[in-house]
Design a protein around this ligand. Structure first.
Ligand code: IPE
Ligand code: IPE
Ligand code: MG
Length: 249
């Protein structure tokens, strides 16, 4: 462990523990560029990115942030070269198998959101196992968006509600924001307060389109594999300086 990590083990003193975000979402971007800048294949960036995510999850626990959601694979990412997609699917599976015991020990509750039906079946097995074995855990709520697309999520919610209307279980005018949100993949967790995107892109790339309605955005040039506790600290400082008005004055 580096000395920097030791210093930031506890909540940094310039952060107000009562005004921390309850839910942080991250678009983990820039793995490919991180690798390329070192003359390495893109997959090395993904590998390093896993370590970054692992430390961020632990940091949320250490600093008292109850929920973390990470964008791991978008519905659009299937358009990447086959070798990269295959590598990512295998990496997700290996990491899950390797980290599950520790997540159980650390009381993490892991959930996967997205269209899981089209993931490789061996990955799906690990996903189901990890969700089942951590479902009663009361620690950090860790949500991983895999084969996730915000538009796809909204369409599937509409389909579910339409079926209920067809069966006479729901009346059309009973459909309100709360009912709709219960049919999204994220019904288990509050909306993110803070969205972090690494690598400088100013877009949300189909992530949590509904849920980010009033999130604070923090975009850093830092590439995901380099996003450490000091960077997270900066993001939280920026967040605590924001005036969240929610449309009011
Ligand atoms: C994010 O890093 C990881 C995934 C999308 C899986 P990228 O792979 O998008 O890295 P860049 O943006 O090409 O540098
Ligand atoms: C967003 O990153 C998806 C994930 C981080 C999983 P991308 O690299 O796919 O997004 P774009 O292509 O730059 O919008
Ligand atoms: Mg990218």
């Amino acid at each position: 462990m580096t000395s920097k990590q030791t210093i930031f083990q506890d909540l940094p003193t310039d952060l107000d523990r009562y005004r921390l975000p309850k839910h942080v979402a991250v678009i983990m971007d820039g793995n490919g560029r991180w690798a390329k800048s070192r003359g390495l294949p893109r997959i090395m960036g993904h590998r390093r990115g896993v370590d970054t995510l692992k430390d961020l999850l632990r940091c949320c626990k250490d600093w008292g942030i109850p929920a973390l959601t990470a964008y791991a694979f978008s519905t659009e990412n299937w358009g990447r070269p086959l070798e990269e997609v295959d590598f990512l699917m295998t990496l997700f599976e290996r990491v899950l198998r390797r980290e599950l015991d520790e997540m159980i020990q650390e009381n993490v509750q892991i959930k996967f959101v997205g269209d899981l039906s089209s993931l490789p079946s061996s990955l799906r097995t690990e996903i189901e196992r990890s969700m089942a074995l951590t479902q009663d855990n009361q620690g950090t709520r860790f949500t991983v968006a895999t084969n996730y697309g915000g538009r796809q999520e909204i369409v599937q919610a509409c389909q579910k509600i339409a079926h209920q209307v067809q069966q006479g279980l729901v009346q059309p005018d009973e459909i309100d924001e709360a009912l709709f949100a219960r049919h999204l993949y994220t019904a288990h967790v509050s909306d993110p307060d803070l969205l972090i995107r690494t690598s400088g892109e100013m877009r949300i790339s189909n992530f949590l389109l509904w849920q980010l309605a009033y999130a604070e955005f923090y975009i850093t040039q830092t590439l995901w594999p380099d996003f450490d506790r000091a960077e997270f600290h900066r993001a939280l400082c920026a967040y605590q300086k924001r005036d969240r008005r929610f449309g009011k004055v």
